[in-house]
Design a protein around this ligand. Structure first.
Ligand code: AMP
Length: 280
């Protein structure tokens, strides 16, 4: 596995691969790799001959008071995990390499970017769309692999790929969870032992809503209310949002139909966690 730090190297690698008719899979990450990332890399390796894993803590997707400075960074361990999961290259550019001095070009997905996480994190999806567009272009990706864990991000990126007529197909992989249900996240490392237990409220709530919906409850109001009650039982957690939305538009849905996204975000102490389910 090669480790690359410049766009020129990545582009050269992609050109050689495409000239040899090999397909290129891209797995964008911010590092601190875990089993969720590994599942994306394995999925990419299954369907593409070449796999580029990007490791880049993208400054433009963090708000001024967010955790950019303290986000975990562990390039050496990440490279080992990426290689074991089947990566062909790791692309880990410095900020100045990926955003040259004076960088003034951004990708803005109107409407969608202001919903769910975009509502509480202004500018977040502008940063995500910009970095993923740049990564897809530089890696000449045929497919990009993303986790359902960040379901709103998937909606924004699908819109972006369609609108910019990018070549990459978006592949969505299931949420990988700890044995007790907690969705795996690099940010789980911030949780204290007590918070780690409180954090289970998110996955527990998701399961409750799934059970209600399987039992025939399709009204958004009732599902959202039930989730609200589940969170209220753990008063140390502050809910950011509880929403039932159309997964393509992120607009509120009145009833749950197959494919509707039920998503939650909540603060556990100083850590913001998210979880979701696509209802059957
Ligand atoms: P991040 O490094 O947190 O920006 O995540 C990089 C990619 O990994 C995104 O597409 C995430 O949705 C995906 N991802 C993160 N956690 C998980 C998980 N628990 N299961 C599946 N995919 C995940």
């Amino acid at each position: 596995m090669k480790i690359m730090h410049t766009v020129a190297e990545l582009r050269q690698w992609a050109r050689v691969g495409h000239r040899a008719s090999q397909t290129i899979g891209l797995v964008p990450t911010m590092g601190a790799l875990h089993a969720g990332h590994a599942s994306l890399i394995r999925a990419a390796r299954k369907s593409c001959e070449l796999v580029a894993v990007s490791i880049f803590v993208n400054p433009t997707q963090f708000g001024p008071n967010e955790d950019y400075g303290r986000y975990p960074r562990s390039l050496e361990a990440d490279c080992k995990l990426a290689e074991a999961a089947g990566a062909t290259v790791v692309f880990a550019p410095a900020v100045e390499e990926f955003y040259p001095v004076g960088a003034a070009t951004f990708v803005e997905v109107d409407g969608l970017s202001g919903r769910l996480d975009g509502a509480s994190r202004p500018g977040h999806f502008r940063g995500v769309a910009t970095v993923v567009a740049k990564l897809m272009i530089a890696s000449e990706a045929d497919r990009g692999f993303f986790g359902q864990k960040d379901a709103a991000q998937v909606a924004v990126l699908r819109r972006m790929v369609t609108d910019l007529r990018l070549a990459a197909e978006i592949v969505v992989c299931p949420i990988v969870r700890e044995v007790d249900g907690l969705a795996i996240s690099s940010r789980n490392a911030y949780l204290s032992v007590a918070e780690r237990t409180q954090a289970l409220t998110l996955s527990r709530t998701i399961r409750q809503v799934e059970a209600l919906s399987v039992g025939g409850e399709r009204r958004a109001r009732v599902l959202v209310e039930a989730a609200g009650k589940s969170f209220a039982a753990e008063p140390t957690i502050r809910v950011d949002y509880i929403e039932l939305v159309n997964w393509a538009t992120l607009e509120p849905a009145e009833t749950a139909t197959p494919g509707t996204l039920f998503a939650v975000a909540a603060w556990v102490g100083a850590t913001r966690l998210i979880d979701n389910t696509i209802l059957a």
